[in-house]
Design a protein around this ligand. Structure first.
Ligand code: FE2
Ligand code: FE2
Length: 478
């Protein structure tokens, strides 16, 4: 808003909140008329959007980095070969950026004399831990051949299909490993950007249509974002983006006997229910919508954007941005950017089962599993940790280090930081299902992790109680 527009408002007796100053208004007379007609003499961002949605020059945009647009590939051997070659070559390229000196191929290693130094980049094809000595025995391969590598300790975090750099010595037709280098993310700086405080909220697993949908809590969230709840309303006013990271609806036939727990038994109806809530979010806030395993799509990843045939109601939202699962975008405010990688998180439980020390799935375990994704530079490093579509390009490779890596799916809350990248898991809006009860899963409900785009600081708000309060249980390394 320019100085003349502000003066026009002041001279007409309208007080202005600081949240309004970054909004560009095309027609100040029209706004003034609306304010007078509605007897409003105080203008903040929420009032503004209620009155004036539409002709706004927005200062926030979503810049797409990676978004799967729906191409299909059949599960044929040649497609799998091409898929794994693409994954291997891209992860190898990331490792080469770290260190390329003295590198050799597996074929070269076979020709080396005993006790020679070895350095290779390879994909792990098999991992076993020897029962007596507790050595980790790896079968590794590159496109010239395969070989054995031995780590003289039990290492649960070397996983099948990871691409790693192995440094060691050749001895008796195996490599005795001295060091393993993961592709890993780069250290991200945590500098303050040249913008005012601006927030992005992380929600997922709404499960609209379920009888167990935490509707009261979601209603509280909607009231809060509209400035109708006093607690933390200073944050609500400055929210620019809301991420809805999959499982927007409960779906149909996803788990045994789900039907008994469904309030709405058709997919369209479930999305319509969600629409009635999302339509009440101020239109100046961008909604980033993507799918999970409960949504109306194929389960193999990547998953495309929401299907208009089922989720047509959501396509009426002027402020919605429809994205694939996973996706990577820049959230842009003026010239400041926050690089966001969002993945629903289907592969997470696989690692909790595979790595016994992470089986509790508490905040620390989730953090460690998300770190495995980042260190492996892949959202499902082991084949079988999620269902995949063998496309010529692997969308689950993490090409760029994000500022925020956000997941959902496991119905737990986490906000943490690893090497300057914020890690988020965004709880859920569904009470414990019979299926979860059977497996002893106790969900975190109606917790909303929040990241300040200005400096990547984070916190969690809790909408489950009678009022809005902070939630510290899932908070780590802030
Ligand atoms: Fe879910
Ligand atoms: Fe899910």
């Amino acid at each position: 808003m320019d100085e003349n527009q502000l003066n026009t408002l002041f001279s007409n007796g309208i007080l202005v909140d600081s949240s309004i100053k970054d909004v560009n208004i095309l027609d100040i007379d029209e706004l003034l008329n609306s304010l007078k007609q509605n007897n409003i003499n105080f203008l903040d961002i929420n009032v503004f959007h209620k009155l004036y949605d539409g002709d706004v020059v927005d200062d926030s945009t979503v810049e797409i980095i990676k978004n799967y647009t729906g191409e299909i590939s059949e599960s044929k051997p040649i497609n799998w070969v091409n898929y794994f070659n693409d994954r291997f070559n891209r992860l190898k390229a990331l490792l080469l950026l770290k260190d390329r000196s003295g590198l050799m191929s597996v074929a070269n290693v076979k020709d080396l004399p005993q006790n020679s130094d070895v350095k290779i980049i390879a994909m792990v094809s098999e991992v076993s831990i020897s029962p007596i000595k507790k050595y980790t025995i790896l079968d590794v391969e590159d496109n010239t051949g395969s070989y054995k590598a031995i780590i003289t300790s039990a290492n649960q975090e070397i996983l099948e299909d990871q691409v790693i750099m192995i440094i060691g010595k050749k001895y008796n037709d195996a490599i005795f490993v001295k060091d393993i280098v993961f592709p890993d993310i780069q250290m991200k700086e945590r500098t303050k950007q040249e913008i005012d405080d601006s927030f992005v909220l992380f929600l997922s697993d709404i499960h609209a249509g379920s009888k167990l949908f935490a509707e009261e809590a979601f209603e509280r969230f909607i009231k809060w974002i509209n400035g109708e709840i006093e607690e933390y309303s200073s944050i609500a006013k400055l929210v620019k983006f809301i991420v809805f990271n999959g499982d927007l609806i409960d779906g149909i036939g996803v788990y045994p006997d789900q039907e008994k727990e469904l309030e709405i038994k058709d997919l369209k109806g479930q999305y319509e229910k969600l629409y009635t809530f999302l339509d009440r979010i101020p239109k100046g806030i961008k909604l980033l919508l993507s799918q999970g395993n409960h949504d109306a799509t194929h389960i193999a990843e990547p998953q495309p954007k929401l299907d208009e045939n089922f989720a047509g109601s959501l396509y009426k939202l002027k402020n919605a941005v429809f994205l694939s699962n996973p996706y990577q975008v820049n959230l842009v405010i003026n010239k400041s950017k926050l690089n966001l990688l969002a993945y629903h998180g289907f592969s997470i439980p696989y690692y909790a089962n595979k790595i016994s020390k992470y089986s509790k799935m508490d905040a620390e375990d989730i953090e460690n599993i998300m770190k495995i994704h980042l260190k492996s530079r892949h959202l499902a490093p082991s084949h079988g940790s999620t269902q995949l579509m063998p496309l010529p390009r692997d969308y689950l490779v993490i090409d760029e280090t994000p500022d925020v890596y956000a997941t959902g799916h496991i119905h737990k809350t986490l906000a943490s930081m690893y090497k300057g990248t914020v890690l988020i898991n965004s709880s859920c809006w569904q009470y414990q299902t019979s299926y979860q009860k059977k497996y002893g899963v106790v969900p975190d409900i109606a917790k909303v992790p929040i990241v300040n785009i200005r400096d990547k600081s984070f916190q969690i708000l809790d909408f489950l109680g009678d009022t809005v309060q902070t939630y510290t249980k899932g908070l780590r390394n802030n």
